[in-house]
Design a protein around this ligand. Structure first.
Ligand code: HEM
Length: 397
């Protein structure tokens, strides 16, 4: 049986066959984990949705985001992230940070995203690397704009984000401790930005976050610091890999790229399909708060439960021909942004907009873009990532 916790497994690509076998034969499967207590691997769409929508039974507070156990002192810090909180605490903080992600705030970014996409592609000529030239800088620049972080800090934020999330991959030459250190630096960065905005408010996200809500509740500087970590990681690695895997999906299915070139009204369903197809966040873990069941499987209080979004997104009970990449797929109730519970991705609208504008710009500027070698994948059991993707940027003839 495949070792689902092992980051090396994913370097070869998502193990869809094994996940499919589990979904068919053992949809709630007990899996050992040498770094931790073991976990139930949940692979059916309906079960992933069930776990996501019942935080009272499946808590985020104990589990943190990864398979495995982490040193105790980190837990307290991690619990400041909304991702690791349960209602009602989570609902209170989430309503405060929601202020920065209203449709109005996000739509204000569209013009900026267009400009960034054009500027990035202006610098692409001949052969290059899609990840470092396009997919990685786009979300990073958008997050910097959203935070109101100075342009000069971009490289620093990029490096910290890589170190924080990439510690499973030896190529980043980092360790778990270094990753934690990078997290500390990011937190301090967010704290400092918050202090600056308290002195000099601006029309940006951080200024909005530090204003009291209607009931007088407000975020502390530590909350803002932790939220900065979450945004930099959640906003960068995910969108970057949706873009790279999306480009790869188009290379692997040139008929679908042609279809998009011929009909731009397919951009929105195409973005949904590539988030389903690529599923950048592969799993999250919860902890059962009581004896319960998932499907027919009894679960004991305290058991770890891991939802595998990529398995659920290929569930034939929900998606006809799930292994077909179809940019016109409708309906497409994928769980790439989560299973619809209280933690549903805060940045989903923003990510959708970034991906739509990016592929629209590529289609206009480089309709004949083509692969120039094998993409190299990230060694991670959490992010379905591509590190390097050689391409030829070809303008229209
Ligand atoms: C949560 C995926 C982009 C911010 C999540 C979750 C997933 C996810 C699976 C957990 C959902 C759950 O537990 O039910 C993605 C994907 C993205 C993306 C696939 C890109 C294609 C972004 C962006 C931002 C963002 C651009 C912000 C700028 C967050 C935050 C949370 C979150 C703050 C935690 C929400 C909470 O705990 O209440 N995302 N995300 N994400 N995402 Fe995203």
């Amino acid at each position: 049986m495949i070792e689902l916790y092992d980051p090396a497994v994913y370097e070869r690509g998502v193990p869809y066959e094994d996940l499919g076998w589990l979904r068919e034969n053992s949809p709630v499967h007990w899996h050992r984990d040498p770094q931790g207590p073991g976990f139930w691997a949940v692979t059916r769409h309906a079960d992933v949705v069930h776990v996501s929508r019942h935080p009272e039974l499946f808590s985020s507070y104990e589990g943190l985001a990864m398979i495995g156990e982490y040193p105790e002192p980190d837990k307290e810090l991690q619990r400041l992230l909304i991702l690791n909180q349960d209602p009602p605490e989570h609902s209170r903080r989430r309503s405060l940070v929601n202020k920065g992600f209203t449709p109005r705030m996000i739509s204000k970014l569209e013009q900026h995203i267009r400009e960034v996409c054009d500027q990035l592609l202006d610098r692409c000529e001949g052969e290059g690397d899609f990840v470092t030239q396009v997919a990685a800088p786009l979300p990073l620049q958008v997050i910097c704009e959203l935070l109101g972080a100075p342009v000069a800090d971009r490289d620093l934020l990029f490096d910290l984000s890589n170190r924080l999330i990439g510690w499973d991959d030896p190529e980043f030459q980092t360790t778990y401790e270094d990753g934690q250190h990078a997290g500390g630096e990011l937190m301090a960065y967010g704290n400092a930005l918050a202090a600056e905005r308290m002195r000099e408010p601006r029309d940006d996200l951080i200024t909005r976050l530090i204003r009291p809500g209607p009931d007088g509740a407000m975020l502390s500087p530590d909350d803002v610091g932790m939220f900065t970590i979450l945004l930099v990681v959640a906003g960068n690695e995910t969108t970057r890999n949706a873009a790279s895997n999306g480009m790869q999906a188009f290379f692997d299915h040139p008929d679908q790229w042609r279809r998009l070139l011929d009909d731009r009204s397919l951009l929105e369903p195409a973005v949904e399909e590539l988030v389903r197809w690529a599923t950048p966040v592969m799993q999250f873990r919860r902890t059962a708060t009581a004896d319960t069941t998932i499907g027919d499987q009894p679960i004991r209080k305290g058991d770890k439960v891991v939802v595998f979004y990529n398995a659920a997104n290929r569930d034939p009970a929900v998606f006809p021909d799930p292994d077909v990449f179809d940019i016109g797929r409708d309906p497409n109730p994928h769980v790439g942004f989560g299973g619809g519970g209280p933690h549903f991705c805060l940045g989903a609208h923003l990510a959708r907009m970034e991906l739509r504008v990016l592929f629209e710009t590529i289609a206009r500027r480089f309709p004949d873009i083509a692969p120039k070698g094998e993409a190299r994948r990230l060694r991670s059991n959490f992010i379905n990532g591509i590190k390097e993707m050689p391409v030829a940027f070809r303008p229209p003839q």
